[in-house]
Design a protein around this ligand. Structure first.
Ligand SMILES: O=P(O)(O)OC[C@H]1O[C@H](OP(=O)(O)OP(=O)(O)O)[C@H](O)[C@@H]1O
Ligand SMILES: Nc1nc2[nH]cnc2c(=O)[nH]1
Ligand SMILES: [Mg+2]
Length: 185
């Protein structure tokens, strides 16, 4: 698929590739300052966080390790089902580790509050969260998110890892999906 085809399915671009790059660099400087001298474990949440994880990891000048979890709370729709399932667990023992969960987006906050609680029982030294995007509903939650890239409005966004029915993850900007895409499904 050509990029122009993806762009036809967007109502508008919300965050450009360049803005994402600048924000990841800004987050990386904060993380480097906070974890200087530490052996950080980045935990990426498949599949949405793949792009953030790849770019953040390469931007960090710290010695990091990477592991992955796959959890699912959405299926192929745009509404949270309210049920979080582990589809793939970590391979790393968390005892004594400084863990940073890396996410693309916090919407209801359900995925991350569940994940933070789950990882919190595994003996880690600390479990913090870095999310590129956060929607208003989650900003009100008690989940303490140390690193947030952008506060965004309550719209369904795609691109830079974020999908709609598995499409648009490879779009370089982050955009709001056009209504005709939903109605044609
Ligand atoms: O704050 P919440 O309301 O829980 O929503 C956020 C989660 O939803 C999306 O993942 P999804 O479960 O759709 O799977 P994916 O990462 O494979 O796209 C997104 O990547 C976050 O992980
Ligand atoms: N692609 C995508 N996935 C989500 N999961 C929760 N919110 C969103 C969103 O706005 N876009
Ligand atoms: Mg996800």
């Amino acid at each position: 698929m050509e990029h122009s085809d993806i762009a036809d399915d967007l109502e508008s671009v919300l965050i450009t590739e360049q803005e994402i790059r600048d924000k990841i660099a800004e987050l990386a400087r904060r993380i480097e300052a906070d974890y200087a001298g530490e052996r950080l474990l980045l935990v990426g949440v498949l599949r949405g966080a793949v792009m953030v994880m790849a770019d953040l990891a390469r931007e960090l000048s710290l010695p990091i390790e990477m592991d992955w979890m796959a959890v699912s709370s959405y299926g192929s729709g745009t509404q949270s089902s309210g049920v979080v399932r582990i589809l793939k667990d970590l391979d790393t023992d968390l005892h004594g580790r400084k863990v940073l969960i890396v996410e693309d987006i916090i919407d209801s906050g359900l995925t991350l509050s569940w994940l933070r609680a789950n990882l919190g029982t595994r003996g880690a030294d600390s479990v913090e969260i870095c999310a590129l995007l956060r929607k208003p509903a989650a900003a009100k939650l008690a989940v303490d998110v140390r690193y947030v890239g952008f506060e965004i409005p309550n719209a369904f966004v795609v691109g830079y890892g974020l999908d709609y029915a598995e499409k648009y993850r490879n779009y370089r900007d982050i955009g709001i999906l056009a209504p005709h895409v939903y109605s044609s499904q």
